[in-house]
Ligand binder design. Structure first.
Ligand code: ADP
Ligand code: MG
Ligand code: MG
Length: 252
């Protein structure tokens, strides 16, 4: 079975149904690009899969490696190997970045029956990953995202991704706020993790990055439904004509 299997997912925020019915499969090492106009529900999909309590799953299924995610709390989903990067990564005041990542990593190792990493080994690999992502070592000792710039927050999400090596990662507009070197780091990191089997869903409208990511599939979300599925040509068509034109073309 696929690593992640989402079937007819229906999500409500308060009284409002934001995702009507969304289905997608993520295979090991695959990459799916998710596009859609503002407000079409892309971030809602990530939040609902991550287990954010404000996003109520009113129907459908989400299985990670065959395990039902929906009854699990957010931290249990992360421990099972699901990583969701936020469009706006929040501050976690008072919690040091290195401890935050090490705790998450060791919870994941424990779930797999592996020994925890000791602090020294962890720090060595964290420093190496931080360097590869252009984050100064000092960021590791600071509270998570506190006082970080937009681009530093995004790089910090990438640092977590790089160290956690999840089974499935959903990256929500990871390119926004990143400079060209940051985007290049995303492409390199994603390629490395894909080669190790991580499956990706990437929300982006940045065509140049999408092309470099070499997606297996491109989906267009429209008002809470997958309106169109294709390959990188769909991303090119959307970049060329915009969502409104694309919708008219397909609905005509
Ligand atoms: P996208 O990421 O595709 O731009 P979102 O998933 O963020 O879209 O939002 C989908 C719809 O749900 C929008 O109309 C948005 O206003 C609404 N929405 C998202 N999050 C919340 C929230 N926490 N409270 C109320 N409405 C929300
Ligand atoms: Mg948006
Ligand atoms: Mg969004």
């Amino acid at each position: 079975f696929p690593l992640l299997q989402v079937r007819d997912l229906r999500v409500q925020i308060g009284e409002r149904t934001v995702l009507q019915s969304v289905s997608l499969d993520v295979q090991p090492g695959s990459l799916t690009v998710l596009m859609g106009a503002n407000g079409s529900g892309k971030s809602t999909l990530g939040m609902a899969l991550a287990g954010h309590p404000s996003y109520h799953v009113a129907g459908g299924q989400a299985l990670l490696a065959g395990q039902d995610l929906l009854p699990l709390a957010a931290h249990e989903r992360a421990r099972a190997g699901l990583f969701v990067s936020f469009q706006s990564p929040p501050d976690i005041p008072g919690v040091k970045n290195n401890l935050f990542i090490r705790t998450a990593l060791n919870a994941q190792r424990e779930a797999r029956g592996e020994q925890p990493l000791d602090a020294f080994d962890f720090l060595a690999s964290a420093k190496q990953s931080a360097k590869a992502l252009g984050l100064p070592d000092a960021m590791l000792a600071r509270p998570v995202n506190e006082g970080f710039s937009g681009g530093e927050r995004k790089r910090n999400e990438l640092l977590q991704l790089s160290l956690l090596k999840p089974r499935v990662a959903l990256l929500d507009e990871i390119d926004s706020g990143l400079d060209v070197d940051g985007v290049r780091a995303v492409v390199a990191l994603v390629a490395r993790l894909r080669a190790e089997g991580t499956g990706f869903v990437v929300v982006s409208h940045y065509l140049q990055m999408i092309e470099q990511l070499e997606p297996d599939a491109v989906l267009r979300l429209d008002r809470g439904r997958i309106a169109e599925a294709g390959d990188v040509e769909l991303a090119r068509a959307i970049a060329r004509t915009g969502f409104a034109r694309q919708r008219e073309t397909v609905e005509a």
